[in-house]
Design a protein around this ligand. Structure first.
Ligand code: HEM
Ligand code: HEM
Length: 178
């Protein structure tokens, strides 16, 4: 086995999962309060650290490793369509853009949430609508994220969720992309 996801990537990932689940669950009961806002801020902090790590980190944590040009994404999608897509040790080209979309959507949701606590936008209805829609958009992205992970795990017969826990994956072989 080789080390793919470093400690910080894994810690931030599971922090995001916990924070967003808490932010969502806290909308179900007594309305928006302390828990909701704190959870949103934790998610925003995790995104900020992840952004820095995307530049400062190493290998599979780096954005330049997994955010690929549209032509590469197209080529990968075509292979996917023909069921001949290679296994990627890091994020695959579609997964890489999903990471960008998730991070951007979390940042936007937290930002529009925070804006509602400022004097200027306190009680702003349009902002409330944008914030709620972004939160639903995020839920949609998370659903696609999970579908992608289940699909890819089945295709390449490897447990990607376990890899996000332990950080380890089996080494590249055949035409795998390292
Ligand atoms: C709030 C929900 C979630 C968010 C916002 C989220 C976000 C992310 C992000 C940003 C990454 C990129 C990791 C990085 O390079 O830093 C990622 C990867 C990953 N996530 Fe999630 N995630 C969520 C839920 C989950 C859940 C519930 C699971 C598993 C049950 C999961 C499994 C994975 C796996 C396996 C990867 C690695 C994908 C790959 O091999 O390319 N995620 N997720
Ligand atoms: C990034 C994670 C976040 C998610 C997933 C999220 C999700 C949501 C959702 C779904 C609602 C609508 C609830 C409803 O209509 O009953 C909502 C409302 C709200 N959120 Fe967030 N939120 C997040 C972060 C934040 C942050 C960081 C703040 C402020 C510091 C915040 C402040 C608010 C406020 C004030 C409302 C009330 C709007 C209303 O009256 O309906 N949210 N949020």
């Amino acid at each position: 086995m080789i080390q793919v996801w470093d400690r910080l990537v894994r810690l931030l990932h599971w922090t995001l999962v916990a924070a967003i689940a808490t932010a969502w669950l806290s909308t179900l009961d007594l309305g928006i309060g302390w828990t909701h806002e704190r959870a949103g801020y934790v998610a925003a902090a995790a995104v900020s650290i992840r952004l820095m790590w995307g530049w400062a980190g190493r290998q599979y944590a780096r954005f330049d490793q997994f955010v690929r040009r549209p032509s590469v994404v197209m080529a990968y999608s075509q292979k996917l369509w023909r069921h001949v897509e290679p296994r990627h040790i890091g994020h695959n080209p579609l997964g890489g853009w999903m990471v960008v979309a998730l991070l951007a959507c979390i940042a936007g949701t937290a930002f529009t949430g925070w804006l509602q606590t400022t004097d200027r936008y306190w009680g702003s209805e349009p902002l409330e609508i944008v914030h709620t829609w972004m939160a639903w958009g995020l839920l949609g992205l998370i659903t696609l994220h999970l579908i992608g992970i289940i699909f890819t795990s089945l295709r390449h017969r490897e447990n990607l969720v376990l890899a996000m826990i332990t950080g380890r994956k089996s080494p590249p072989h055949g035409n795998d992309v390292a």
